[in-house]
Design a protein around this ligand. Structure first.
Ligand code: THU
Length: 137
């Protein structure tokens, strides 16, 4: 699947976000190795720390429903952001869990602005150098 198509899916998903507290909607689209795309968006809560980022909703859905399929790429975008939307530190840890503990292969992270003009790309492992290690596990 072309990156632009995946970014569009992320932007579509963002339209369904639940973000009444921040007003900042985020969408994420995860591409699996067989071409399946699963999407997520941020889900906030009036008890603010209980909210979930779009990336985590999408990655955890993919891991829960397609545990045997490798995650190839994730596109992230927000209609409410001029610059490209980057995954937060916590979501980078969650991406690395899939890479290191579950599938062993890196994930392309595609970050877009709201109009698909400025697009950044990085591998998940490059987004979190010196990540937490837990006794080699
Ligand atoms: N958010 C995401 O969904 N992904 C990120 O990587 C960073 C932030 C959400 C969390 C919150 O609902 C809103 O954006 C404002 O921080």
């Amino acid at each position: 699947m072309k990156d632009n198509r995946l970014i569009k899916r992320a932007l579509e998903a963002a339209e369904k976000a639940w973000a009444p507290y921040s007003g900042f909607r985020v969408g994420a689209a995860v591409l699996l190795e067989d071409g399946t795309v699963v999407c997520g968006n941020n889900q906030e809560n009036r008890a603010y720390p209980l909210g979930s980022c779009a990336e985590r909703v999408a990655i955890n859905y993919a891991r829960a429903n397609y545990p045997t399929l490798r995650i190839v790429a994730i596109a992230i975008a927000s209609p409410d952001s001029k610059p490209p939307t980057s995954p937060c530190g916590g979501c980078r840890e969650v991406l690395l869990e899939a890479v290191r503990a579950q599938q062993g292969e890196d994930i392309r992270v595609i970050m877009s602005d709201r109009s698909e003009n400025e697009i950044r790309e990085a591998m998940a492992t490059d987004l979190l150098p010196w990540a937490f290690e837990c006794d080699g596990r």
